[in-house]
Design a protein. Sequence first.
Lengths: 369, 247
Amino acid sequence: MKPILHVVLSWALLAPAFSCSPEAKEAPEPDPVAAGPTPYELQRPAIFPRIEQMPADNPLTEEGIVLGRHLFYEKRLSGSNTMSCGSCHVQEKAFTDGKALAVGELGIAHTRNTMSIANLAWFNRFNWDGSAFNLEEQASGPIENHVEMNQHLADAVHELQATSLYPPLFKRAFGSTTITEENVLKALAQFQRTLVSANSRYDQHLLGTKKLSAFAEEGMQLFMTHPEPTIRLRGGNCGDCHGGTLISLKTFHNNGLDITFADKGLGAVTGNPRHDGMFKAPSLRNIALTAPYMHDGRFNTLEEVLDHYNDHMRYDSPGLDPLIREASNEVNGKTLMLTEEEKQKIIAFLHALTDSSFITDERFSDPFK
Amino acid sequence: MYRIRRSGFYVAMLAILFLAACKEEKEGPAATTSVTVSFQHVVGSEPLQLDEVIYTSPAGDSYAVSNFKYFVSNVKLISSAGEQIYVEPESYHLIAQDGKTSFELKEVPAGTYQRLELSLGIDEELNHRIDHLGDLDPSNEMVWDWDTGYKFLTLVGTYTGQTRSGGLVFHIGGDTNYRTLALELPQPLNPRQDGSSQVLLQANVNELFQGPNLIDFDVMNSSGHGSGPSLIAENYTSGFITVLEAK
């Protein structure tokens, strides 16, 4: 049987599944071009929750993802054509840049640290302050912000339209060679939704394919446990905010960094003073690759981060999260009071969150190289 | 030969799919309907408002609530004589003051129901699995670790007691604290065919801290493991959830 006949019959098989109307019973003429882009189904890793972000008006397609990958690494999206999204979101660092604060195309430092990009289809609030509710909306921020890529989206569209590369890619992905701002953002969102990291030692441990070392497994227990000193249950108290298989509960917290807030974080977005100083508890997947740490990159190492939570917490910070305030490994303890060895166990677990296949996956890499 | 077999396969598949796709339309309306179950949260006699209001606990401490969530699972409707039982499939609901406060029981058979049964928490079978039934989600705020299972109830806030003040963190979980409540409806429920029937429940936060165990925040202001959660679980078994009306 010829392949084309397979296509006809497959269509005929699928049609009644959607409708019982008489016209659907006719086998439609196969026309691969008019059929539009090829749907792409994002696989949910076995231990992940349901996919959170898959807007009906921007379904994943193979052509859309290809386009999005090119745009992600396209320097024409910046004002001086010197930076792409990939300039700060570097794959080998789990899509971060190794800097405390991101530096844009004008050489000006941002007020915040570059966030890792992984598993974003499972999240619903983006940026450190939760200011974007979907990836389409998020993508315009860094392009247009003058301390980031510093380019009006409309100007970027003109530049892309003038190339020989992009009009056909847009035609394949969205059906028209005429490039629009909306479709630039949609393609970027599609590519980012395919950046899935789910093959760390932690994943393998949960799936039962490869166990963590005893040391790292004890670190995992400590990580996920809120301490209960009255029954001598020890805990690092990390999982109250960075719990679950995404290693983030997707919530916002004041984690006791400061007593006054130069950057109000969530509070600046919601206008609610109770939210001042609250930032997203990001996923800690690949955290060993994404130093420096915190929304302003103030800590250079994981040891410094653990020291903050264990020893240098600002308990006088207004609105400090009760989940932190009420966590100590000693009865009536004033601080978390982990031992040095416990901190090292937690750090060993954090290293088990590194997914080396994610940072070497060709599909996520720069297509211009 | 190959060609004939392949074609025959397609014909058979077509027939099956047409039947499957059109089956529902050929049947008449089923004699089932839906019933909405809603939750209203109060502290004593006042409505619960996150962050905004200072409440008084049964032991006389002042407190505010910033986060209040709990799992309701395995919901059943039971007829007067117990001869008819409706069991909701995939019955796992995360009820939250700032989130979902109602759900719909679907395809409830016509009948006269006298009792609503529900459980607080997640049954042992699903509590330690990374599954996706109902609102179970291996990365929602109720996740703990897969040894302990889910948090069944979380209440976070701040308090000022007689001798101390600080944060309140009650995380209740653990298989021993999974509790089933049998709630008598104030009058028998005959679910209407238009799906407008509802059962309105009330959860009283103060009941977590009394009856039988009076919780003094000066003594216990956080609880996740050990005996503390069981004290609260005993309390949520009695008087925490009541039926306001069934109509």
